[in-house]
Ligand binder design. Structure first.
Ligand code: SAH
Ligand code: SF4
Length: 365
């Protein structure tokens, strides 16, 4: 069985902690408050900029400090249960954390960029009817270290430590994996702040997008605190249908959601995700209503062909229908790209994430 390489699981992780928190840890070890600040930053740099997983390699720290760290702490890599590669270059990792819970993350290479799609929860408390993740019974929030660990694993696997610059494969983060990110806002915010830290991964907020099904009270906070790009899982233009497809709509309806979008405090266009479900939400009238609703919001519409999963009642709209829908939206000036499904052969496409062991458990039941 594969095991974590850095002792995670038995010792607490340093990943997910701020430079100041690392400083405190170092001060506790060295008993040297004067140097702790510098050493805390060095430790942060080794972990977040160099991607070090072995304390022994952290050569700027005194030998005794390294030894004490490795005795009591882990860097914070989870166990990689599986890494799958799709024919189209998409990679998917199944990660297992200390308590045995698992999540998936997906790397999607494109010509000029590469996005890592990360998860924020094990499963999802919401039950959008077209989403495989929404059928998982087990749910818990991921901690900041567990959210960040997905980024670290991708960097490890792509061999992109510590080289920076424009030739990197992995350039963007989309928070569109398992779970509703804004239901785990505090941990997400901690993780993203650390990922944006200039001394560490130094990812730009312009290269990070958070997707939400519509947790209205957190949307504004997310824009204000983090300034990242926003994607909204709209999927229906009438409350009656959205109540069924995206049940959180019963709490915060379309009007409340779009109001929050109008107030979103960044100038970047908001992406509206719209899954194309045959005979359900894909008519010309739906497309016309969609553009009416979006009036006044700087927006882009991302049409997502429905990705099927075992047992679903939905079907994907035909290519002609998707094209006709896109044409109506585009005629009013909104960009309306159709998202090419990636990694369908390894069940890595949008809405297909549900951990393999979960699938196996169900088969056995
Ligand atoms: N929970 C967040 C982020 C994860 S889902 C959210 O709902 O926004 C990422 C996107 O994939 C969402 O727009 C989601 O609605 C969509 N999606 C879910 N299941 C899908 C499926 N089977 N086919 C296509 N898209 C799907
Ligand atoms: Fe959760 Fe998003 Fe899936 Fe809905 S679409 S069940 S919010 S992961």
């Amino acid at each position: 069985m594969p095991v974590a390489t850095d002792g995670s699981g038995t010792r607490p992780a340093l990943l997910g902690r701020t430079p100041e928190q690392l400083e405190e840890i170092i001060a506790g070890i060295d008993g040297d408050a004067k140097r702790a600040r510098m050493r805390g930053r060095q430790l942060f740099h080794w972990i977040h900029f160099r991607g070090a997983t072995d304390f022994e390699a952290m050569s700027t720290l005194p030998k005794a400090t390294r030894a004490a760290l490795s005795e009591n702490w882990s860097v914070g890599r989870p166990e990689i249960v599986a890494e799958q590669r799709s024919q189209d270059g998409t990679r998917k990792w199944l990660l297992r954390f200390a308590d045995g819970q698992e999540v998936e993350s997906v790397f999607i290479p494109e010509e000029d960029r590469g996005a890592l799609c990360i998860s924020t929860q094990v499963g999802c408390t919401l039950t959008c009817t077209f989403c495989h993740t929404g059928t998982m019974p087990l749910v818990r929030n991921l901690g900041p270290a567990e959210i960040l660990a997905q980024i670290m694993v991708a960097r490890d696997s792509l061999g992109e430590w510590p080289t920076g610059g424009d030739d990197r494969l992995f350039t963007n983060i989309v928070v569109m994996g398992m779970g509703e990110p804004l239901f785990n806002y505090d941990n997400l915010a901690t993780a993203l702040r650390l990922a944006m830290d200039e001394e560490g991964l130094n990812l730009s907020r312009r290269r990070i997008t958070v997707s939400t099904s519509g947790v209205v009270p957190k949307i504004e906070q997310c824009g204000r605190d983090l300034g990242v790009g926003l994607a909204i899982s709209l999927h229906a233009v009438r409350d009656e249908l959205r109540d069924e497809l995206v049940p959180i709509n019963r709490k915060w309806n379309i009007e409340a959601l779009l109001d929050a979008c109008r107030r979103y405090p960044t100038r970047r266009p908001i992406t509206f995700e719209y899954v194309m479900l045959k005979g359900v939400n894909d008519s010309d009238a739906d497309a016309r209503e969609l553009v009416r609703l979006l009036e006044g919001i700087p927006a882009k519409v991302n049409l997502i062909p429905f990705n099927p999963w075992p047992g679903t009642i939905f079907e994907c709209s035909s290519n002609n229908r998707i094209r006709a829908f896109a044409a109506i939206v585009e005629a009013t000036g909104y960009a309306s790209p159709v998202r090419t499904p990636r990694g369908r052969d390894i069940l890595a496409a949008c809405g297909q994430l549900k951990t393999a062991s979960e699938r196996a458990r169900r088969r056995a039941a």
